[in-house]
Design a protein around this ligand. Structure first.
Ligand code: NI
Ligand code: MN
Length: 220
């Protein structure tokens, strides 16, 4: 399994046969490591309807034919009316896919669409279990994830709109993943964080962590 960080909350997960692209905010992101018109994707996963997460999803879906996988309310409000192929579910449910599956888990955050909820995803892909938290506050629901044996946790640390480093550290203690990759920081001045300091703190808990630079890839 390869995990490539493209900036903000955008990751390219590649099991060698399928490419999953999450929250593709590339256009307008000065730190993005890919261009919307070039990035590859077989599946798009969008955690919620804020523009720094929906980003270029519609354009990429149109070009690649990749389905947009998201909460049913977001699909009904945005991607369905745009004429795109969607795969939907709701919190607690698992979307079966050609690469494995993605379970939709709770995130404490606005959804960007009236009446909707934001979510995180737990991907079963390439023999690994990868948790993309989306935008979220620290929540006791994360304790349930300890039972899921998470291999990799992608956690926001930017503060202001999501949990900051201190709460993200408590999230790590609850989730007990094997590896942590921070996200959702430094994209804009108000969410500037010292990711290396966070990584050091996570390692003190006995958990491996890497702060990937946009464009950097990790094999897990
Ligand atoms: Ni958001
Ligand atoms: Mn966000």
């Amino acid at each position: 399994m390869k995990i490539k960080f493209l900036g903000h909350a955008c990751f390219l997960l590649d099991d060698g046969a399928h490419k999953v692209l999450t929250d593709p905010f590339l256009t307008g992101n000065g730190l993005a490591a890919a261009k919307a018109e070039e990035v590859e994707a077989d599946f798009l996963f969008v955690t919620h309807g804020h523009s720094d997460h929906t980003g270029d999803a519609a354009e990429i879906a149109k070009r690649t034919g990749a389905p947009v996988c998201c909460m049913v309310d977001l699909a009904d409000a945005v991607f369905g009316p745009a004429g795109l192929s969607v795969m939907v579910g709701n919190i607690g449910g698992r979307i079966p896919t050609a690469f494995g599956s993605a379970k939709m888990v709770s995130a404490i955050h606005g959804s960007g669409v009236p009446g909707g909820l934001a979510c995180g995803f737990v991907f079963d892909m390439g023999g690994k279990r990868i948790y993309h938290a989306g935008d979220t506050a620290l929540t006791s629901d994360m304790a349930f994830l300890a039972e899921e044996n998470i291999d990799v946790a992608l956690l926001p640390i930017g503060d202001l709109f999501t949990m900051g480093p201190k709460d993200a550290l408590r999230a790590v203690e609850m989730i007990k993943p094997k590896l942590v990759i921070p996200m959702h920081y430094n994209t804009f001045p108000p969410i500037t964080q010292d990711a290396d300091a966070f990584v050091e703190q996570v390692r003190k808990l006995g958990v491996e962590a890497h702060a990937l630079k946009p464009g950097e890839e990790l094999e897990v």
